[in-house]
Design a protein around this ligand. Structure first.
Ligand code: NDP
Length: 616
């Protein structure tokens, strides 16, 4: 008998009402009134959690020179920008980063087990250009970091880098048509163009656990791994932990990768879990060299495009990457934009998505039972929420770790997480777990590009601050540049399109920005700046097309995808999706760029600028 919310499929009966109710309960027992306020910044008294353990600080003389292009951030976004600018003939490029080398997230995240969770052949950029091929389908973090170094060398980007340096101020000098740049190392130099690519998940965060500062054992964050204490390397062999009792807090994408290594080497391991991740099949394997050598020129671009198309729900003849991501495309469209089947009503589509979602989650929960031998542990490891409420996880090692006798899963959900720390223990309710070391796998602050958060003040024309100009939210053309802030470009997922293969998104953005700069130079443009009309038109387009995902996110367990359950993060992306957006950018580039290039004889544009100056 089918109830209203009960749906019969070929082989399974799914009671959607019961599943919805279970999801609601699991969400409610995790909601905290303090939301994102529950975390502490790795700053001030906790600043040492963000200290660079990999590179000694080097003293150097301040720079007072001039460069053509300053790129802030030397992760893949900055490297790709540098590479495309170099290809476009720009000679003077300066990469700046707080890290001691290039690599961005792969510079910082060197914890044991760190790997790409998107197929390396589409994730690692410029493989053909640099003559590289990943050794595995999901490459190690160190291999990816070495690839970042390879890109920097190939495009001669080390020539003028400033590492261990944070930009502290950008001021537009209209007379010189240059940016005046200041940094925390006393630099005061000038740059004709400034491009920021400072990442979205960079600043480590810590849980605000009462008593955290009283703990006398050893602690660190996964993104600043202390191999001096644990021994070993990112490949494992953590011999320093053989006689140690270790607690790890956090079971997100990082936890999934690091916990198998801690389990293998710690004397005792307590895994402090609040919300279980989904853990689907990983299926990593070495690169098939016969396949690799058979690839024809242009293969990587084709494969990246194909992956993006499949994820965005666009029709393709063949899906070239078949993995956990391509299996679940219909489930991803709640969070990631893209095409939807217009042949069915919204209600019918939502109902079908919900059934697909429930079937996927049932399969993932059944996998836990297949692998984990202790029934109570297996039950606690089952995720009860819709698939895209959290970053999907993949591992063929994680669940297996809980079958080891030295590993204990501690479910903290009823207590909203770890409740306290003492000199020598982690507390969960009335239980104390005495440990020598606590590893925080507790993630990163979200969306904190310095420009957006205000830690990097930007003064544009007439000294107007960017955040002041944005009073009621970001205003950009295509997400990259803003009227009143000439020659300033931003990379990142803001008022444009996104995808799980974020490096591909960055590549398209970098290529676009470099093409505009190349055209500006070829045309002897005075500067690059969108007209107020073009900017207003784009903001309107983004809002008109934005898909409201607030209802979906409101039902989710808390996490950084939904502002820890207190706010829906919505309206920031171009909902027709990345494939459509990239097409739009290509078509726009084929035009005359007259809505961004300001020429010396461009009286109308210069007059518009003068009037804006008078008005402000
Ligand atoms: P997440 O924010 O995803 O996870 C943080 C974890 O800490 C969650 O399990 C969270 O539980 C837990 N936590 C936080 N506070 C407490 C507390 N007080 N008590 C107990 N547990 C707590 O961070 P990650 O570093 O795992 O991942 C961040 C992102 O980085 C990923 O989403 C992904 O985008 C990226 N990443 C990518 C990888 C790749 O291979 N490409 C690998 C690793 C990360 P709860 O869920 O309940 O909040």
């Amino acid at each position: 008998m089918e109830g209203e919310g009960t749906t019969m499929t070929e082989s399974t009966s799914i009671d959607l009402d019961a599943i919805r109710e279970k999801y609601r309960q699991e969400r409610d027992r995790r909601i905290r009134p303090d939301g994102a306020g529950q975390y502490r910044r790795a700053a001030g008294e906790f600043g040492y959690y963000a200290t660079d353990p990999y590179t000694e600080r080097e003293e150097r003389a301040p720079k007072t020179d001039r460069v053509e292009a300053l790129v802030i951030g030397a992760g893949f976004g900055g490297l790709l920008t540098g590479a495309f600018l170099r290809d476009a003939g720009v000679e003077s490029i300066r990469l700046m980063d707080e890290a001691g080398d290039v690599g961005g997230t792969w510079y910082w995240n060197r914890y044991p087990g760190v790997r790409c969770d998107i197929e390396s052949y589409v994730y690692m950029p410029l493989l053909e250009e640099t003559g590289a091929m990943p050794t595995e389908r999901y490459a190690t973090g160190e291999e990816i970091r070495q690839h970042a170094i390879r890109i920097a060398r190939h495009y001669d980007l080390y020539r003028d880098t400033l590492f261990q340096t944070r930009a502290t101020s950008l001021v537009w000098n209209e007379d010189e048509t240059e940016w005046e740049v200041e940094t925390d190392r006393g630099d005061r130099f000038r740059a004709r163009y400034v491009i920021t690519s400072s990442g979205t998940l960079t600043q480590p965060k810590l849980p605000g656990i009462p008593g955290i500062e009283t703990f006398r054992g050893h602690t660190f964050h996964t993104s600043r791994w202390d191999y001096g204490y644990t021994g070993g390397s990112a490949d494992g062999d953590l011999i320093g932990l053989h006689d140690k009792r270790v607690a790890v807090i956090g079971t997100g994408a990082t936890g999934l990768q690091v916990i198998p290594h801690l389990a293998e080497h710690a004397k005792e391991l307590y895994v402090l879990q609040r919300t279980p991740s989904t853990v689907d099949v990983r299926d990593n394997r070495p690169t098939d060299w016969e396949w690799a050598t058979s690839l024809q020129p242009g293969w990587q671009r084709e494969r990246m495009e194909n992956f993006l198309q499949v994820l965005a729900g666009e029709p393709v003849d063949e899906s070239l990457v078949t993995d956990g991501w391509t299996k679940t495309t219909s489930l991803q469209r709640h969070i990631l934009s893209g095409s939807v089947d217009q042949g069915v009503s919204d209600e019918e589509r939502e109902r079908q998505d919900e059934i697909d979602d429930a079937l996927t989650m049932e399969r993932i929960r059944a996998r836990v039972d297949e692998i984990v031998t202790d029934p109570a542990t297996a039950e606690a490891l089952k995720p009860w929420y819709r698939y895209m409420c959290k970053r999907p996880g993949f591992s063929d090692l994680y669940l297996q770790a809980f079958n080891r006798p030295n590993v204990t899963l501690v479910d903290t959900a009823d207590f909203h997480g770890v409740t306290g720390m003492t000199e020598n223990a982690v507390l969960v309710g009335d239980d104390a777990y005495e440990v020598d070391c606590v590893v925080f796998a507790t993630g990163f602050e979200t969306g904190v590009s310095g420009v957006v958060s205000g830690t990097l003040p930007v003064a544009g024309r007439d000294g107007v601050q960017l955040l002041q100009a944005w009073g009621r939210g970001p205003r950009t053309l295509h997400g990259f540049f803003t009227h009143g802030f000439p020659n300033l470009f931003q990379l990142g997922p803001m008022q444009n399109a996104n995808s799980v293969n974020f490096v591909h998104i960055l590549q398209e953005q970098a290529e676009h920005i470099a093409a505009i700069i190349a055209r500006a130079d070829a045309d002897d443009a005075r500067w690059v700046e969108p007209t107020a009309e073009a900017e207003a038109g784009w903001v309107q387009t983004v809002f008109a097309t934005a898909r409201d995902v607030s209802a979906f996110q409101a039902e989710c367990t808390p996490g950084y995808y939904n502002g820890e359950g207190t706010q829906a993060i919505t309206g920031l992306t171009y909902s027709p999706g990345p494939v459509d957006f990239h097409r739009l950018l290509r078509e726009w580039r084929a035009g005359d760029m007259s809505d961004v290039l300001v020429r010396d004889d461009d009286d109308a544009r210069l007059r518009q600028r003068d009037l804006a100056g008078v008005a402000s």
